[in-house]
Design a protein around this ligand. Structure first.
Ligand SMILES: *Cc1c(COP(=O)(O)O)cnc(C)c1O
Length: 227
């Protein structure tokens, strides 16, 4: 585990050097389907940020209070799971509708919380994938955001297209970067510092296109067994 994490951090560093980046890129370890023991082994290696894509799994896997490390939801969130999610996670990185933003806000306010969120944009155009595809709805969220005290927008997230075609993947990541820039210009009071993009297969390309957070599962924890 230590070797795998160190290897990834090293490759991230190489990618940054190769394009002259001197800022930082955060590593999120995606622990879905892997047991708490695997998470704790990673924590022992200094890895303190984890991603999970199902609310139910977060509830059963993790202890109720944890202070050493953070868990973000990165999978599609159904309306009926919002209340539970807001009580369980440190951030929701896969927010993909205005309705969801409002619901998260309402539930967070009830718990006197302010939940950091990322807005997920569908850069690949693959309809099966989650993420905003409608600019009007997306910008409606940003128009409303200053009134929503229960959520704090931190940036954008995307899942790249499932292909090993470098141009296609990088074009999708560049789209998210450009969208974040447009957002910063149009909404100077909001923050779009986090660009969550890049997974095991494409994180080097994502870093070259400006990712500030890569989400790595397989390359850290090995393959997933869904049985
Ligand atoms: C599973 C998952 C990842 C990690 O994928 P790997 O290919 O295993 O690195 C990243 N992001 C999201 C949204 C995921 O669901």
């Amino acid at each position: 585990m230590a070797d795998r994490i160190a290897g990834i951090l090293d490759r991230m560093q190489q990618a940054m050097l190769s394009c002259g980046r001197v800022d930082t890129v955060e590593l999120m370890a995606v622990s879905k389907t892997h047991p708490l023991e695997a998470v704790l082994a990673a924590v022992d290696c200094g890895q303190l940020l984890f991603g999970e894509n199902r609310v139910q799994e977060i509830q059963t896997k993790f202890p109720e209070t944890r202070s050493a490390y953070q868990v973000h939801l990165i999978g599609h969130l159904q309306s009926n799971k919002v209340r539970k999610a807001v009580g369980l996670v440190d951030a929701i990185d896969s927010v993909d509708s205005l309705k969801l933003v409002r619901l998260i806000n309402t539930e967070a306010l009830k718990l006197e919380k302010r939940i950091p969120i990322l807005l997920e944009w569908n850069t690949s155009g693959e309809t099966a994938k989650s993420g905003f595809t409608d600019e009007r709805e997306f910008f409606a969220v940003l128009d409303e955001a200053p009134q929503l005290q229960g959520v704090e927008i931190r940036g954008l997230m995307t899942i790249g297209p499932l292909t090993d075609n470098e141009t296609m993947v990088r074009t999708a990541f560049a789209k998210l970067r450009d969208l974040a820039r447009t957002c910063s210009e149009r909404y100077p009071a909001l923050s779009f510092d986090t660009l969550s993009m890049g997974m095991s297969q494409d994180f080097l390309w994502a870093i070259k296109e400006g990712s500030t957070m890569v989400r790595i599962g397989t390359a850290i924890f090995g393959g997933r067994d869904y049985r």
